[in-house]
Ligand binder design. Structure first.
Ligand code: ADP
Length: 542
């Protein structure tokens, strides 16, 4: 028997319409590329998104056209998201931190018909324009006054287009499985691959992000996604905040400690999201400038493992709860998040802290399992480590245009490429990426664990463990660290500090201190670059 409920499609335009009608006065605050702070309401966002949609139609955008954005987190970028997807086209968020060759590759692979670009990225686009044969229009996201002289053909001024376009438009009724947006993985482990989200996956994911066990957003929340809209959809906040009626605060291009602190205290942000390297800088700023962040209640931290010291310092010194999360571009991106559960009430503080360092519980909608090399399922006992596999309504089934590359096995699970344990309460702990594991004397050594210990050293700002070839043991771990500003620990001190915390055979062979840690386009340490740099080890402390 079939249910008798309405089959109303879940589309992103329904979020915008809801925000306009029910939270019309709620604010969006953006630090603009041009400098000043800009304020508008969800009512204005909805009207301007309709104007932009009309402008896009007048440029001849139609059918399955893909429209790229090269932009920071700001109100115009939000308008672009809703306008393009609302019309039924595909919004492609391009990561401007990619190398020029990779940028051209993904723009051509996605077949971007037009690109909306912030002023900051006009020179970048100019430098690769001759490699982009399919690109017809560029819309520069600024007003007439700031419009630059440009060699780009068919460059339009965003605000001029909006002025010339009417604000009336009925969003088309779209099947909910229509593609809404496209985001390429940053290529940390190889060639970038496109994840093509649907309206349904986006809306269902945003509903989950609002819930208390994920970000816990409501009308009283003030949300700051520092994580860029071009990195895994700013973790769902751009759809979740209007859905919940939360105030949305957008940092634009300024993600340094001082700018973030100004924005957080000035706008009374209570929940903010960013990768660990950003929070590391932020904590350093708070410490150096002796500032407080009393309004900030919790920070969402994901993208790579959160060091224990970060969780401790945020809580003890600033009263801020760190919610450690795990996700992937392929998961829209939320997979797990760490909030204290009822079973922790009777736990000692140190035990609770150890639990906070894990990546957290799977959110409803993400079904998970861990398997061994032979695909046998492993128990959830917190000790058995295996390949993490997931399935659910906001998880990719295949990559864009990679027809031979199906992601799913016969049970519809996707292998994440991560290795982890899951405990009896459903807490995931990532121990490694499959290709980052270090195999020494037939035993696996977790690079994440070594990095975590190194990061607990008071002088260490960033740490990466990689394998180097070893004639006797096959591989041995080494540690590369970057020190905090003004700190001067010796490499050997750090090696001993880590060695005291692990089994003897797991201790790093040697530690090297570097001033320049290579980062990927999503702000993670690039192990690819480090492996290249240290493939012929020359530096040793012992
Ligand atoms: P990229 O491959 O470009 O880095 P993502 O940004 O989608 O793409 O990164 C997803 C990967 O980041 C995960 O598969 C995992 O390896 C890593 N990751 C994400 N969150 C965490 C976390 N909290 N702890 C450890 N690793 C994480």
């Amino acid at each position: 028997m079939r249910g008798l409920m309405q089959a109303q499609p879940l589309t992103t335009s329904s979020i915008l319409e809801h925000a306009e009608r029910c939270h019309g006065g709620q604010r969006i605050v953006s630090r603009m590329v041009e400098g000043p702070i800009h304020r508008c309401s969800y009512r204005e966002l909805a009207a301007r998104s309709r104007r932009l949609a009309n402008a896009l139609l007048s440029l001849g955008i139609a059918g399955d056209d893909v429209i790229g954005t090269l932009a920071w987190n700001g109100f115009r970028h939000v308008e672009a998201w809703y306008a393009v997807a609302g019309l039924g086209h595909v919004l492609h968020t391009i990561n401007p931190r990619l190398a020029a060759g990779q940028l051209a590759y993904i723009i051509n692979h996605a077949e971007d018909r037009a690109i909306l670009a912030d002023l900051s990225f006009v020179p970048l686009l100019e430098s690769i324009a001759d490699q982009l044969p399919g690109l017809r229009d560029v819309i520069i996201m600024t007003d007439r006054e700031h419009m630059p002289a440009t060699s780009l053909r068919s460059a339009h001024c965003y605000e001029e287009l909006l002025e010339q376009s009417p604000a009336s438009l009925h969003w088309p009724a779209l099947p909910e499985d229509t593609a809404s947006s496209l985001c390429y993985t940053s290529g940390t482990t190889g060639r970038p691959k496109g994840v093509l989200y649907s309206h349904r996956s986006t809306v269902v994911h945003a509903l989950s992000v609002c819930t208390p066990n994920v970000m816990g957003l409501g009308m009283q929340s003030v949300v700051l996604p520092v994580v860029p809209m071009f990195h895994a959809n700013a973790w769902g906040t751009i759809h979740a905040a209007p859905m919940a009626g939360s105030k949305l605060v957008l940092p634009g291009p300024s993600m340094d400690g001082k700018s973030l602190h100004e924005l957080i205290t000035g706008e009374e942000v209570d929940v903010a999201a960013a990768v660990p390297t950003v929070w590391q800088m932020f904590l350093q700023y708070l410490q150096d400038s002796n500032q407080r962040v009393d309004c900030l209640n919790r920070v969402m931290v994901a993208g790579s493992a959160v060091p224990r010291s970060m969780i401790e310092i945020f809580k003890r010194k600033y009263g801020v709860t760190v919610c450690h999360a795990w996700g992937m571009t392929e998961l829209s991106p939320v997979g797990t998040i760490n909030h204290p559960g009822p079973e922790e009430r009777s736990m000692a503080e140190q035990e609770q802290l150890a639990l906070r360092c894990k990546q957290g519980r799977f959110v409803y909608g993400v079904t998970a399992r861990i398997v061994d090399d032979e695909q046998r399922e492993l128990p959830w006992n917190g000790a058995s480590a295996g390949h993490l596999q997931v399935r659910g309504p906001w998880i990719a089934a295949s990559y864009y245009k990679e027809t031979g590359d199906h992601l799913l096995d016969e049970d519809n699970f996707m292998d994440t490429g991560d290795i982890g344990t899951i405990d009896a309460n459903g807490y995931l702990q990532i121990t490694d990426r499959a290709k980052d594991l270090i195999k020494s004397g037939g035993e696996w050594i977790s690079s994440v664990e070594l990095e975590g210990h190194a990061m607990d050293h008071p002088d260490v700002a960033l740490a990466a463990a990689i394998a180097i070839p070893d004639p006797k043991w096959d591989q041995r771990p080494i540690l590369i660290v970057k020190l905090k500003q003004g700190h001067a620990a010796e490499a050997e001190d750090i090696r001993e500090f880590v060695a005291r915390r692990v089994a003897r055979w797991q201790a790093p062979e040697w530690v090297t201190v570097t001033d320049e840690m290579p980062l990927t386009a999503t702000g993670k340490i690039s192990k690819l670059a480090l492996r290249h740099r240290y493939s012929h080890p020359v530096q040793s402390v012992d």
